[in-house]
Design a protein around this ligand. Sequence first.
Ligand code: HEC
Ligand code: HEC
Ligand code: HEC
Ligand code: HEC
Ligand code: HEC
Length: 457
Amino acid sequence: MYQQKTSHRSIRQSLTALLYALCLLVIIIPTIDASEDAAPKYSYDDWELPEDCGSCHNYIYSQWRQSMMSQSYTHHWDEIEYFKLALPHAEKDEVVAEVKAGCNGCHSPMAFLTGDIPPAPVAENTRANDGVHCDFCHTITGHTGDIPFNFNYTIEPGETKQGIRQLTDEAPHQSVKTKFLGSAEFCGICHNEKDPYGVWVKSTHLEWKESPYAEQGVVCQDCHMTKAKSEIVDGGTVYDDARQHLFHGAHDRSKVRGTVELRIYPDKTEVKKGETVKFTVALFNQKAGHKFPTGSVEDRILWLHVEAKDASGNSYHLPVDKKGFDGEEYTIGADVLAYTDMAIPLDDPDFKGVQRDGIPIGDRIFRMAYFDPNGVMTIQQWNTKSLGVDYRIGPKETKLETFTFTVPEDAEAGELNITADLNYQLLVKPVAEFLGVPAEEADVIEVNNQSVSINVM
Ligand code: HEC
Ligand code: HEC
Ligand code: HEC
Ligand code: HEC
Ligand code: HEC
């Protein structure tokens, strides 16, 4: 199938070349000026350097530097995914060709608007590296259409910055007070994404919109750009409610920790060997204003691991009880291969895929699977043709999981301690290892844990 595509492509390439020649002919006819449309409207110089803003707004600059916003182009995993997978894929498969430019619409928005496509690799240190920076966000004026998604910002670079307060005349630059900057829709421009197949592959803002937080008027900024008593320029006026540019998210352990509260309880407190006991784990999403995981859902893995330990320290792994819903097999750790569509960008038709989960078999996974056009799970969000069952934990939702355990005859009498651990990885470990993504991206982060003891007679 893949071969077929290639041969179609060479015909298409010749046609494209012919069309190109025709276009050139049109352009050089002096009376018709087609060049104006083709030329990019912007240049990098239209936006100031983040370091320049930092010379007065120093502490906001240091907050931003530590956040993923400043690394949206330079972060190792982004660089690997764009240059090793998305870019070669876009060049081979016409259906996804648009992502060659499109990825940059959110990750390196100046490169996108100036037509610097593909941008230079990170090591060349061009302005593509600035990522989502001060002057870019502070010159966004709104979005086109009804729904904010796929970098549909409208933007007016220049002296006047989009702000939230009325500035005094002494301020060295102009600002206009805009409500848009403080809205969730502003964030949705880049935090909602539809892929070339028309599938919502990122929907953080849409998830939020259906949440109790939206109803209460709690926006993204209230959790990711919290208010504190401080100045906004070094040595300037102290405000009671100055916005902190923390943008802490999944890459901040302190943000992820405690997102879900756990409680584990047994159906009886005393059991004999050979008898069965059922444990229920309640998982309450108390912190996130959207589903958990959200955003790059294709990469993330959140799983519940339950173990029992008897009085002499023997431990037993408890697999989760099946509920029987459609697609449940994708929500339970298994020893199967997936991600075969990486064969296309990696140019390896014999590629058999890598381990799907890389976690203990039988553990419950809270995820939504992304499927490629062949129905195999993918981490290439741009190549997603359909989505699996959504088994993530919604904002303020409680999920119940049960674990039925038959106490082994050889277990030690006395206290049996059962621990529930909720673990999280930014990127499924076998994929990280296969692509050579630095190990920290697959570190196990403990979201929470809880335990309970019963008595074995
Ligand atoms: C020469 C110093 C200086 C530089 C450089 C500077 N600013 Fe400012 N900025 C200020 C001062 C002073 C204020 C007003 C502070 C106050 O109200 O306490 C301000 C206020 C702001 C505000 C708040 C406006 C409002 O309406 O709420 C924004 C946003 C802002 N600056 C963005 C930027 C951006 C983006 C850059 C870089 C392109 C930048 N600034 C560069 C000094 C500077
Ligand atoms: C111009 C596009 C753009 C806008 C507007 C934008 N973001 Fe982002 N944001 C990104 C990109 C791209 C990343 C991914 C950085 C990475 O990991 O490569 C990101 C990352 C983040 C992260 C860090 C996620 C993590 O994994 O740690 C948080 C939190 C976040 N954004 C919140 C917000 C909030 C809140 C707003 C609105 C105030 C907002 N963003 C507006 C593009 C944008
Ligand atoms: C992802 C977009 C984004 C980036 C990047 C960003 N800002 Fe902001 N900034 C905002 C938003 C959103 C607000 C206002 C939040 C609100 O209204 O609740 C804001 C508010 C401000 C304010 C006013 C704060 C106050 O409480 O008065 C200043 C000053 C400012 N930003 C400067 C900067 C500087 C300097 C940088 C770079 C170091 C920067 N911003 C980077 C989105 C951004
Ligand atoms: C009630 C607080 C709250 C609100 C409101 C909220 N978030 Fe979050 N957000 C969190 C918490 C807690 C996490 C860490 C757990 C997680 O990854 O979901 C998080 C994580 C994230 C991440 C990282 C996800 C990942 O896997 O990389 C992004 C991006 C993000 N939020 C963006 C947004 C945007 C955009 C909005 C508004 C549409 C928003 N958040 C609203 C609390 C909130
Ligand atoms: C509509 C905006 C948008 C587009 C288009 C987009 N991204 Fe992203 N991307 C984001 C945001 C926002 C995040 C952060 C979400 C989160 O943290 O959960 C992100 C996260 C990522 C991450 C994970 C970063 C991490 O460290 O975990 C990678 C890798 C990535 N994008 C690569 C790409 C590639 C490659 C493309 C093109 C095929 C692309 N993105 C297209 C907005 C976008």
